[in-house]
Design a protein. Structure first.
Length: 561
C-alpha cells in the first residue's frame, strides 16, 4: 500500500522486534521467516493476512521466507490442498525460498530427538486411554494426576516406542508423552503428547510411518532445522509458547534459536474463518466448492474478481495488532473498489432488459459510438459500441407513473443514453399480463455526445445496448453469504442459520455490448451503473458468464439496517 511522501508509517510491534534484533546482531543479522500451513483445507483471507505479513517482512528486511507444510495429520491432509496453497501464494505475488518444505521431511530427525528425550528421562510411553489422560490433566487451578507409567524404566519406554514405530500396536493403544510438569497452571505443559499411533497413508511418505508427531512437537523443531529466526503465528498460540520453548531447550545449542511472536488473527464481519465450518459448507452443498465466490477462501475471492493488490493493500491497511478485534468487511470491499476503479474497463450490460424503439431513427442504420475504457486513466483507449433504432435498457430505468425526482425514463421525460443521444419517451406497450414490453421514444439527432449541439443537459443518463448486436450473458449476482455480523459467535445457534438466502441470484439472459465477446476468464470490468464484475471460469465462447465482484458503493448497511 502506498503512503503519501510526507506520511511515514510507524513500525508495528513485530518490526520493532526485528529491528532490535538486527541492532544486536542476533542470529548474525539473519532474518528468516516461514509460512507454515497445514494442508487440510483451502486458505482463506485470514491466511492471506499471514502470508502478506511473513513474506512482506522477509522482503522489507532482505530476508528469506520458507513455505513449509506442517503435514503431521494424514487423516485430514491431501495433495489437492498442497497444490491450492502454492497457487494462492504465487497469485498473491510472493515467492518462497528455494523449494517448499514439509514437516514430513524431518520425520526421521524428529523421531531421533524423541528417542533422545526418552533416554534422558524426559519422555515416556503411556498406554492409558485418551479419556483417562484428559481427566488426569485436571484443571489450571489444581495439579493434575501423574500417569502410573510416568516413571516406567527408560529401557521399557524406548522399547515400546520402537515397537510403536514398527507397527506392533493398534491406533490409540499407546502414545509418547513429554515428562514436564503435571502441576503447571499452563495445561499444555502437563506432559503433552508427542507421538500417536496412526495407521494411515501419508500423502508424501506413504506407509513408511505409522506414528506421527503432534503439531506442538514438530512445529518448533522444524523451525529450528530450517534456521527460522522469527516464528510469527496467531494469538491462539501464545499459550503454546512455553511448550515451544521447552522442546527447543532440549535440542538447541549455541546462540541460535527461533523466537515465537504472536499477533492477532484476522476476524472479519459477516464471515466465518474456521476451516471446519468452511468444509461443512462445502460438504453440505451450501456452496459449490472451496472456490465458490461467496467463500472467504483465497481461491473463492480470486474467482469472484478480487485482485492480489487489493488483498495486499487491505492487509497493509488493517495493520498488525496484539489483541483480537473484528474488521468490518466493508473496509475490504472499499479497498477492492479502490483498486478496481483504477484498472477496469467500463462496459455496458443490461441485466433486466426492456426494449426501446427510437421511432425517428432510420431503420437499418447503425452508428459507432465510442466510450472511453477507463476515465480514471489519462492514457486509456476507447472502444466502439454499435447504436441502432432498437435498444435495450434496464427495466428499472422506466416507470409508467414516475415520482417527481425520478430522473430516468417515463412518459414525456428525457434522458441521455450514455455516449449517444438524448431520447424522450412518447409511448409504451404492455403485454396481456400488464408488463411493459416496448418503449417508444424519439431521439434528438443533434444531441449526440461529443458532437456539435450536444451541450443540452438532462438530469438522467442511462446505459444501453443495441438490441440487434448485443450478446447474451449469464450474470451471477453474489452477495454476502451471512446475514449476521458474527455468524459463528452464537453459542446456542448453528452458524448455518444465518445463511443469506439471497447470496446468489442468477440472471440467465442479460444483454451485453458485443465488445465483451473478447472477455476471458478472470477479466475484470465495471458494468456501467451496476458494479464490478469478473468473467467466470465457466465462461466460454458463445456462453459468457460474469460474477459480480462488488457493487459500486456500499449499500449493505442501508438495505439491511
Amino acid at each position: 500500500m502506498e503512503f503519501p511522501e510526507n506520511e511515514k508509517r510507524s513500525l508495528n510491534f513485530i518490526e520493532t522486534i526485528i529491528e532490535e534484533d538486527l541492532r544486536n546482531n542476533k542470529n548474525e543479522g539473519r532474518i528468516h521467516l516461514r509460512f507454515p500451513p497445514e494442508p487440510n483445507g483451502y486458505l482463506h483471507i485470514g491466511h492471506a493476512k499471514s502470508i502478506c505479513l511473513n513474506f512482506g517482512l522477509a522482503e522489507d528486511y532482505n530476508g528469506l521466507c520458507n513455505l513449509r507444510f506442517d503435514d503431521t495429520n494424514p487423516e485430514k491432509e491431501d495433495i489437492e490442498y498442497v497444490d491450492s496453497i502454492k497457487e494462492d501464494i504465487e497469485w498473491l505475488g510472493f515467492k518462497w525460498d528455494k523449494k517448499p518444505y514439509y514437516a514430513s521431511d524431518y520425520f526421521e530427525q524428529l523421531y531421533q530427538w524423541a528417542e533422545m528425550l526418552i533416554e534422558q528421562g524426559k519422555a515416556y510411553v503411556d498406554e492409558q486411554p485418551q479419556e483417562l489422560i484428559s481427566q488426569q490433566r485436571g484443571v489450571p487451578t489444581r495439579p493434575g494426576t501423574e500417569s502410573p507409567y510416568r516413571n516406567r524404566p527408560v529401557a521399557e519406554s524406548l522399547d515400546l516406542f520402537r515397537r510403536m514405530r514398527a507397527g506392533d500396536f493398534k491406533n490409540g493403544q499407546m502414545i509418547l508423552r513429554a515428562k514436564i510438569d503435571m502441576s503447571s497452571p499452563n495445561m499444555h505443559m502437563r506432559d503433552p503428547i508427542m507421538y500417536r499411533i496412526l495407521h494411515q497413508e501419508h500423502h508424501r511418505t506413504g506407509n513408511a510411518w505409522c506414528i506421527y508427531p503432534m503439531y506442538d512437537y514438530a512445529h518448533g523443531q522444524s523451525d529450528y532445522i530450517e534456521g527460522i529466526t522469527h516464528s510469527v503465528c496467531t494469538l491462539e498460540f501464545e499459550i503454546h509458547r512455553p511448550l515451544y520453548d521447552w522442546f527447543l531447550d532440549q535440542i538447541a545449542d549455541g546462540g541460535y534459536r527461533p523466537r515465537q511472536i504472536e499477533f492477532a488473527r484476522l476476524n472479519l464481519s459477516y464471515t466465518v474463518m474456521s476451516k471446519r465450518k468452511l468444509l461443512e459448507l462445502v460438504q453440505k452443498g451450501i456452496v459449490v466448492g472451496w472456490d465458490d465466490p461467496r467463500m472467504p477462501t483465497i481461491s473463492g475471492l480470486r474467482r469472484r474478481g478480487y485482485t492480489p493488490e487489493s488483498l495486499r493493500n487491505f492487509a497493509e491497511r488493517i495493520g498488525v495488532a496484539k489483541r483480537d478485534n473484528v474488521i468490518d468487511v466493508g473496509l475490504l470491499e472499499f479497498t477492492l473498489r479502490e483498486h478496481l476503479n483504477k484498472i477496469t474497463d467500463r462496459v455496458m450490460v443490461v441485466l433486466n432488459p426492456v426494449k426501446v424503439i427510437i421511432t425517428n431513427y432510420p431503420e437499418g442504420k447503425t452508428e459507432k459510438m465510442w466510450l472511453v475504457n477507463n476515465p480514471e486513466n489519462a492514457e486509456s483507449e476507447s472502444h466502439e459500441v454499435p447504436f441502432g433504432r432498437e435498444l435495450y435498457i434496464e427495466r428499472e430505468d422506466f416507470m409508467e407513473d414516475p415520482p417527481k425526482k425520478f430522473f430516468r425514463l417515463g412518459p414525456g421525460q428525457e434522458v441521455r443514453l450514455k455516449g449517444a443521444y438524448i431520447i424522450k419517451c412518447d409511448d409504451y406497450k404492455k403485454d396481456e399480463n400488464g408488463n411493459v414490453v416496448e418503449i417508444y421514444c424519439t431521439c434528438d439527432l443533434n444531441s449526440r455526445s461529443g458532437a456539435e449541439g450536444a451541450q443540452r443537459k438532462v438530469k438522467g443518463t442511462l446505459h444501453w445496448v443495441s438490441a440487434e448486436q448485443s450478446i447474451d450473458a449469464e450474470v451471477r449476482l453474489y452477495d454476502r453469504l451471512f446475514l449476521d455480523e458474527d455468524p459463528a459467535g452464537h453459542k446456542e445457534t448453528d452458524f448455518k442459520e444465518f445463511i443469506n438466502p439471497d447470496s446468489l441470484q442468477v440472471i440467465s439472459q442479460a444483454k451485453a455490448e458485443p465488445w465483451l465477446q473478447r472477455a476471458q476468464p478472470g477479466d475484470k470490468f465495471q458494468f456501467q451503473r451496476m458494479g464490478y464484475f469478473c468473467a467466470d471460469k465457466d465462461s466460454k465462447p458463445g456462453h459468457l458468464v460474469f460474477n459480480r465482484t462488488v457493487t459500486l458503493r456500499d449499500n449493505w448497511s442501508k438495505s439491511n439496517s
